[in-house]
Design a protein around this ligand. Sequence first.
Ligand SMILES: Cc1cc2nc3c(=O)[nH]c(=O)nc-3n(C[C@H](O)[C@H](O)[C@H](O)COP(=O)(O)O)c2cc1C
Length: 152
Amino acid sequence: MSHFTLLVGSTLGGAEDLADHLAEKLCDLGHQAVIHTSPQFDHILIEPCHYLLLICSTHGAGDLPDNIQPFSRQLLEQRPDLRGLSYLAVGLGDSSYDTFCQAIRSLDQQLLDCGAMRIGDRLEIDVGQPDLPEILAGHWLDQQLERAGIDR
Ligand SMILES: Cc1cc2nc3c(=O)[nH]c(=O)nc-3n(C[C@H](O)[C@H](O)[C@H](O)COP(=O)(O)O)c2cc1C
């Protein structure tokens, strides 16, 4: 069994719903999953078999949702040493914006800059497309877990 910490950035609730779905899926697969909707740096655990799953939509003109801005500021200002942290990243956005999924791209870069390691492809979901985010993210998660050798 592995442990997943889900940090969510959401304004209208879509990313939060997606996090609920993925947490349920992880639990069904026998893992432990905890969701934080007011993400703080302290929520991150760097331990064996612990993973971070970041799920964030984009608002404004490429901005982070308000609820995840403190987390981003903490990373920028404190520059914590995140070597040893393994994470996955999912963004929700609308490709009609020039700043498509800019928030998850920024957070992803911030984590990499702090030494964390993304263990799979970043998923960017276009909510303007007909496919349901839950279905897309569910398939993606299966692939990433398998590729990373995280037992199902
Ligand atoms: C006012 C507003 C601004 C938005 N700006 C962006 C943007 O800059 N880039 C993007 O990819 N999507 C943008 N979106 C689309 C949202 O990311 C998308 O609707 C997402 O599903 C919202 O997720 P949430 O319900 O978790 O807040 C914007 C949506 C709204 C309502």
